[in-house]
Design a protein around this ligand. Sequence first.
Ligand SMILES: O=c1ccn([C@H]2C[C@H](O)[C@@H](COP(=O)(O)OP(=O)(O)OP(=O)(O)O)O2)c(=O)[nH]1
Length: 470
Amino acid sequence: PITALIVKEATRIGAGPSCHDPKLSKVNLFTLLSLWMEVFPRDQPEDSERSQVSIRGTGLVVVHQGKVLGLHCSGVDLHAAQAAIIQHGAKLAGCQLYFSRRPCATCLKMIINAGVSQISFWPGDPEISMLSTSLSVMEDVVLDAVAVEKLKSNSRPHICVLLQPLAPGLLQFVEETSRESDFMKRMTEDDLGMNEQDLFNSLMKVILKICFLVGTSQQHKEILIQMGLENLCVEPYFSNLRNNMAALVEILAAVAAGLPQNQYGFYSENCATTPPHPGAVSQEVARHCIIQARLLAYRTEDPKVGVGAVIWARGRSAGCRGTGCLDLVGCGYNAYPAGSEYAEYPQMDCTQEDRQRRKYRYIIHAEQNALTFRTRDVKPEELTMMFLTKCPCDECIPLIRGAGITHIYTSDQDRDKDKGDISYLRFSTLEDIRKFVVNGCIRKHSRQTEQEYGNKKLCTENTKSLPSGS
Ligand SMILES: O=c1ccn([C@H]2C[C@H](O)[C@@H](COP(=O)(O)OP(=O)(O)OP(=O)(O)O)O2)c(=O)[nH]1
């Protein structure tokens, strides 16, 4: 299953029965989402040539009252923070911003001015890179660093590094559940000679190479000192910081390794009443968004199954943003009603005897939270795509249709099952929403065209060839 975060496993590795840890803290979830946004698949390379200074692509998560309001990344011309300013304007007042790099002075002055309440950044190489060895850019790097320090010391928002140690057992739990993802299962089923663990480890290594971490301790300390964070260079803080950073990057690598790129993909299902329709996004973008949903699922309050949902809309203009035509509509995970105490509600599942104490009438589904706390409306003229870690249930299908979602990307997990308290029968008969389901190996069947594969069609459209707004 794509995200059966089976917390029975978690119980085995240490969490007590009334507590469903290990789970991701909100701070770490937002930080991980910001790192993942930094590597959002872009149509065009960033335009860093106009400036001598080496500007690094940056990811940004905008949070308002604990809910994600925006997911952004730098693109041609616009830095991530600028994209957020353009999109949210004065709605940024009171928001918390999570950056994958310390933002440059040009961005910082605008977001401070917008009245955000807090800015947290990943304490690696900043947006204006300090890892460059070129003397010609050093002057600009130093000028930017000085300006950032001045803005920081005079600013009202709290500018800080927010990282939390992982819950005990979380990394092991994430690795176990990621290794069991639909994508991994299909790969090992198709290729029996393949050693799942070796494959998973090698995929993780590829992702770990993305330079979220500063190579050596010495280099890292130099960067921290230049960023005015010399207090973090003192032991034991420095070692703790590096360990926390490395552990978070490993979580991200494990989640992403569960969905190997370009190997297994989403197939579009035939639909009797609607004409063939191209995929709304490329396989690469679909995979990226499902990984976002999987990260969200690790914050579930369900003692057994975590589900994550992310909704993106494809609007008219790309606007030089890293996300191209895509705008976040909302995201969520399954949890008990906002503001309630976890222990207030029943937590039993279908396999347990006492029906009175089952969770189903109390828990809010990932799709329900994503729609309730959406940051913008679903517009009829746009394609609106929901990325889900698990097949949507019959309680959610009318909500998804009613909201005007046009595409669902998901897995076959629990599909066509009726478990009594919860059923998954309506998804298969759903005809007015395009369905893309994890299935089959792209390499084996087709990589370039939308080609028939049984009753499934592979979504292979390349983002580069997408006409905007069609
Ligand atoms: O579209 C859906 C369907 C379910 N859920 C959540 C609600 C609930 O928290 C959990 C139920 O999962 P499942 O159907 O797997 O039931 P279970 O009884 O927990 O597990 P099992 O698979 O053993 O029956 O998933 C969603 O968020 N969205």
